[in-house]
Design a protein around this ligand. Structure first.
Ligand code: PLP
Length: 389
């Protein structure tokens, strides 16, 4: 198997796996307990908090709040800010956010919140002037992803944070796809809340974190006990937190070297596919992109069929967001970029990680062009399509 679907989820790092295992067996104490056994758990949670804070360049580890996943981080940020600012009933976000934001915004609309969606251009770039214009005195929060999960497009979060500061509005950033792939330093950039997810950075599923800048007013989303300094009720996922701490440390230590290597592999794969497959093209801007992602359209072919053939040949890829694959709906991200339907419907995302190798790229480049050529030979050529039309 060649796994090229790392934006959907990643392999847990062996180091993270090894570190978490004792917390399923002999080290099972509850961090809220007053006895020594419990206090030890509290200590390892704090160590992990420091690792996550260091990965993000946060001022203070207490700005890190552990969650169960990226979706929970996003829900906590939006709902928590709206609850703390009950007089403000307007949110600004983008048309290409993950469903964790867009479906939540839909729900918030039903609850009476006004939501503005900022559009993108055909390369997936955000129009910051539009963003600036839609912010009003009623706006509680701007929520904008750092990097897009489908195309890998990286948004100008520095500029967005300046606009938010100028307008006096809080800025939440869904950085689920950016963390671990591009350097982040929250000391240098004015983000008030930032979401990350463990399973995208080689920690297991079921753990995530939300950065909350000191002084940001946020009501808890999960109401219960006083865990996480009263900001999230619920007994902590100690094994997951330990693993996330290790994954964060590995990501910080290796980010530059690792991503240079991953970028080279991605570029080799992308160039090879474009060279060998007619009517293939990259979706979105080539610059300002995550180093691990390429989204390629095989125009006039059907993504579901391509994915099935790839899977039959041992290649795991995706037709965009994992949460919408399996449905025949065209990607909302590619539609927002106003790509043609024939292009949108034939788009495949390949996303790499530190565990991919050059040999895998060579093998993928032997298999993919053949799969595409076979599908093309079973599909009318562009010339035939034009004549038939
Ligand atoms: N935000 C983005 C940009 C994502 O890519 C994802 C997952 O793909 C999420 C949020 C949701 O994260 P999780 O699967 O941890 O809930």
């Amino acid at each position: 198997m060649i796994y090229l679907d790392n934006n959907a989820t990643t392999q847990t790092a062996p180091e993270a796996m090894e570190a978490m295992l004792p917390y399923f067996s002999e080290r099972y104490g509850n961090p809220s307990s007053v006895h020594t056994f419990g206090r030890e758990m509290e200590k390892v949670i704090q160590e992990a908090r420091v690792c996550v804070a260091e990965l993000l360049g946060a001022e203070n580890p207490l700005e890190i709040l552990f969650t169960s996943c990226g979706t929970e981080g996003d829900n906590t940020a939006l709902r928590g800010v709206l609850a703390a600012e009950p007089k403000k009933r307007h949110l600004v976000t983008t048309a290409v956010e993950h469903s964790a934001i867009l479906n939540l915004c839909q729900r918030l609309r039903e609850e009476g919140v006004r939501v503005s969606l900022v559009p993108v251009d055909s390369k997936g770039n955000l129009d910051c002037d539009v963003l600036k214009k839609v912010i009003t005195s009623d706006t509680a929060l701007v929520s904008c992803m750092w990097a897009n999960n489908e195309t890998g497009a990286v948004f100008p979060v520095g500029k967005i944070s300046e606009i938010c500061r100028e307008k006096g509005v809080l800025f939440h950033c869904d950085a689920v796809q950016a963390v671990g792939k591009i350097p982040i330093d929250l000391k240098k950039i004015g983000i008030d809340l930032l979401t990350l997810s463990g399973h995208k950075i080689h920690a297991p599923k079921g753990i995530g974190a939300l950065y909350v800048r000191r002084g940001t007013r946020l009501k808890p989303f999960l109401v219960g006990g006083h865990q996480e300094n009263g900001r999230r009720g619920g007994t902590e996922n100690v094994p997951g937190i330990v693993a996330l701490g290790i994954a964060a440390r590995l990501a910080r230590e290796n980010i530059v070297d690792e991503n240079t290597g991953v970028r080279a592999l991605r570029d080799r794969l992308e160039k090879g596919i474009l060279k060998a497959c007619p009517e293939a093209d990259v979706n979105g801007a080539i610059s300002h992109r995550l180093p691990n992602t390429t989204n390629i359209s095989f125009e006039f072919l059907e993504a579901g069929v391509i994915l099935q053939k790839l899977s039959d040949e041992g290649i795991c890829a995706s037709s965009g967001s994992a949460c919408t694959s399996g449905s025949l709906e065209p990607s909302h991200v590619l539609r927002a970029m106003r790509l043609s339907l024939t292009r949108t419907m034939g788009s495949i995302r390949f996303s790499l990680s530190r565990y991919n190798t050059g040999e895998e790229m060579d093998e993928a480049l032997r298999r993919i062009p053949k799969i595409i050529a076979d599908l093309r030979s079973a599909t009318p050529s562009a010339m035939e399509r034009t004549v038939a039309h």
